[in-house]
Design a protein. Structure first.
Length: 254
């Protein structure tokens, strides 16, 4: 995708990677619309950044996605980039069904159905634009599992294969599909992750992502260097060692 001159909607961007990326993209000459559930955060962002539009959206709710999409497209008919950023990550113990089932269902609803519904709400409009991009967000954990987050790992693996598949279907149209593959980043996605020495600093991550978008406009995946250890373990032939190393460093493991 081009690094500037876009109108970009990023649902799930009131904090963490989403907000940092939104601000970085706005600084590169893009119109940015931020979406989220928490109105107090949306109000604060709108007050601090008057040139950023905000919209209330719950990506776990299909009706909320439909309503938000109508509003965004009515206000921004030139929208040409959708970033399906929203996601949740939960620690689960699959030896105790009563403790993980609700979490697993919520994770799949938010992390898999959410992006599917978002793409469904915007793809027809995007196909009518001369140059458009859908950015999906998977994870290094789509390729190497973290023991304590089974549903998150599976949901991000699903997003990877969804991205691969819809890219094939949209080939020959004006819509590109780009998969952002983050490593662990210092955000509040999990308790303690903001201060984890094993997580990548947020500003460093976003700076590298923007640089990759600029220098690799035709990239199918945006991979910072820190994620390649997880991303290519199987291809390198050291998958078992990568799994062991990842889980040895996990502060939430047993």
């Amino acid at each position: 995708m081009n690094i500037s001159g876009n109108t970009i909607f990023i649902p799930g961007s009131t904090s963490g990677i989403g907000l940092a990326l939104a601000l970085a993209l706005r600084a590169r000459g893009n119109k940015v619309i931020i979406g989220g559930r928490r109105t107090e955060l949306l109000d604060r962002i709108a007050a601090e950044h008057p040139d950023i539009d905000t919209v209330e959206i719950d990506t776990a709710d299909g009706a909320s996605i439909e309503a938000a999409a109508k509003g965004v497209l009515a206000r921004h008919p030139d929208l040409n980039v959708l970033v399906t950023m929203a996601g949740i990550m939960r620690i689960e113990d699959w030896r105790q069904p009563s403790s993980f089932l609700a979490s697993a269902e919520e994770t799949v609803t938010t992390n898999v159905l959410g992006p599917i519904r978002l793409i469904a709400a915007f793809v027809e409009h995007l196909r009518a634009r001369p140059d458009a991009t859908i950015v999906t967000v998977s994870s290094g954990l789509a390729f190497t599992p973290l023991k304590v987050t089974p549903s998150y790992n599976a949901s991000k693996a699903a997003i990877h294969m969804l991205s691969e598949s819809i890219r094939l279907q949209l080939a020959g149209t004006s819509v590109k599909v780009v998969e952002l593959v983050p490593p662990a980043v210092r955000t509040s996605l999990l308790p303690g992750q903001e201060d984890s020495e094993f997580a990548m600093p947020l500003e460093e991550f976003v700076t590298e992502v923007v640089a990759l978008l600029e220098t690799q406009p035709d990239a199918k995946e945006i991979q910072v260097e820190n994620v390649k250890f997880l991303r290519y373990g199987e291809a390198r032939g050291d998958y078992d060692q990568v799994v062991a190393a990842l889980n040895a460093h996990d502060p939430h493991g047993e």
